[in-house]
Design a protein around this ligand. Structure first.
Ligand code: HEC
Ligand code: HEC
Ligand code: HEC
Length: 144
């Protein structure tokens, strides 16, 4: 048997780790990557669907997802990049070369590499600052 004082010390240390330590997710206590917030709201269920399925939904052969019965509004990659744009120190959207880029927020963490941005732009179409005009552009993309 350990002395009571030692047990108490262990308990206090345990609490300290929980309170101060790594980013902790309430449900499972697995540290999570810090994903930047989107600029606009979108339809219900989007975040959950994208968390689970974006890797399949965005592939060039996306029809397979329809065959499996998953249906969603198809966003263009430009829309993803726009609504999920992240401003750098100069208030301009960062490109995929920045670790702050939305797509890298998880991929760096999960050690995933994608080749998409060799061809596609990783920045919103306008390099204007992340204010209202961009919001209008996002809406424009969603209407297409
Ligand atoms: C009109 C805005 C908008 C567009 C366009 C959009 N999203 Fe989102 N997305 C959101 C919002 C709002 C959330 C919820 C979390 C938040 O507020 O940042 C979200 C969440 C996500 C998440 C989960 C992030 C997390 O915190 O776990 C992923 C992944 C994601 N989106 C991927 C995509 C991809 C891929 C596309 C393009 C196919 C896309 N989104 C297009 C607004 C958008
Ligand atoms: C070798 C170049 C190349 C690579 C790499 C590439 N794409 Fe594409 N992609 C294209 C071209 C060309 C088009 C058709 C032209 C267009 O619609 O912009 C296209 C179209 C798309 C579209 C439909 C149009 C749009 O903008 O939404 C999506 C979505 C897309 N690609 C996603 C991806 C994703 C995700 C990756 C990475 C897994 C990727 N692409 C990698 C060249 C590429
Ligand atoms: C919420 C976290 C998160 C965000 C944000 C995110 N991804 Fe992912 N992505 C993942 C994870 C995790 C995987 C690996 C899934 C697996 O291995 O099954 C992945 C895989 C992928 C794949 C498949 C890679 C492969 O080799 O099969 C593509 C393509 C992809 N992501 C594109 C994107 C794009 C483009 C963005 C930004 C618009 C983005 N992701 C943002 C978590 C995220």
């Amino acid at each position: 048997m350990w002395p009571l004082g030692y047990k108490l010390l262990l308990a206090v240390l345990g609490m300290a780790v929980l309170v101060s330590g790594l980013p902790v997710q309430a449900a499972d206590r697995v540290p999570m990557p810090k994903v930047p917030k989107a600029l606009e709201k979108t339809e219900k269920g989007h975040a959950k669907l994208m968390r689970l399925k974006h890797m399949d939904l965005m592939r060039h052969q996306r029809d397979e997802t329809v065959h499996k019965g998953i249906r969603t509004k198809q966003y263009s990659l430009k829309a993803c990049i726009s609504c999920h744009a992240v401003a750098g120190p100069d208030k301009q959207p960062v490109s995929i070369t920045s670790p702050k880029h939305f797509c890298r927020s998880c991929h760096d963490y999960a050690a995933v590499k994608v080749d998409c941005f060799q061809c596609h732009s990783s920045k919103p179409p306008s390099s204007a600052s992340l204010k209202l005009p961009l919001t209008k552009q996002i809406q424009g993309f969603l209407r297409r």
